[in-house]
Design a protein around this ligand. Structure first.
Ligand code: GRF
Length: 226
């Protein structure tokens, strides 16, 4: 979890140098795909030293899949219904990600819980974003509405590693706080949280790419870049 996946030795005219291979992302989506789009925009803007090696989508009608194809990204539709078991579906996803040489799996609005074999194949190399300040409203599919209904004054979003066990329970990489307004609706609050999601997801991936995330217990320490 701690090291730059793309770090490798290179030599130029006899002088040893350290080269950073760009991080290869495998992005899993189920719907709109705005987080994927923000990540791609940051790559294009040179703010994220990564490339999209593969987009996997599990719903044929997902707008995000159409967007990825339009953009010319390598994109695969792998629907649960085309496989006899959940495990077989998971295996197909793991194989596709491995075949594409993926370093880091990025869940971006993916609506299924990953099975043990997929988690095992990419242990410590899977990240997710959740629209709440975890551990509040973990596992909720409408965390923003839940936050409003609960009456919290500060909401937000969290990027975390995906581990086996509790859903949305993995070590936290980054969070952003979003204050709740008096006249908020779930839609308005969600929109402001989404703006922050689009910022912190790329930032977290960049920290991972730079090998700056060190896991101590369940705490993710952000170390200085070298
Ligand atoms: C986001 O709110 C994300 O936090 C949650 O699912 C939503 C996906 O949105 N996990 P999008 O598909 O990236 O637009």
């Amino acid at each position: 979890m701690a090291s730059a996946a793309g770090r490798g030795e290179a030599e130029q005219s006899g002088t040893p140098t350290v080269a950073f291979r760009r991080l290869r992302l495998g992005i899993l989506i189920s719907g709109r795909g705005s987080n994927m789009q923000a990540i791609v925009a940051n790559i294009e803007a040179g703010k994220l030293a990564a490339d999209v090696a593969l987009v996997v989508c599990n719903h044929r009608d997902a707008p995000g899949l159409a967007w990825a194809r339009e953009k010319g990204l390598p994109a695969l539709l792998l629907e649960r219904g085309d496989y006899p078991t959940r495990e077989a579906h998971d295996d197909a996803i793991a194989r596709a990600l491995s075949d594409a040489g993926v370093d880091l799996v990025v869940l971006a609005g993916y609506d299924r819980i990953l099975g043990a074999r997929l988690l095992e194949a990419f242990r410590g190399r899977i990240v997710n974003i959740h629209p709440s300040l975890l551990p509040a409203f973990a596992g909720s599919l409408h965390a923003q509405a839940d936050a409003l209904e609960y009456g919290v004054k500060i909401s937000g979003c969290t990027v975390h590693f995906v581990t086996e066990g509790e859903v949305d329970g993995g070590p936290i990489i980054l969070q952003a706080a979003v204050p709740v307004m008096e006249d908020d609706t779930p839609e308005r609050l969600s929109a402001r949280i989404l703006e922050q999601e689009h910022v912190i997801y790329s930032r977290a991936i960049q920290l991972y790419a730079e090998g700056r995330l060190r896991l101590e217990g369940r705490r993710v320490r952000i170390v200085e870049g070298s």
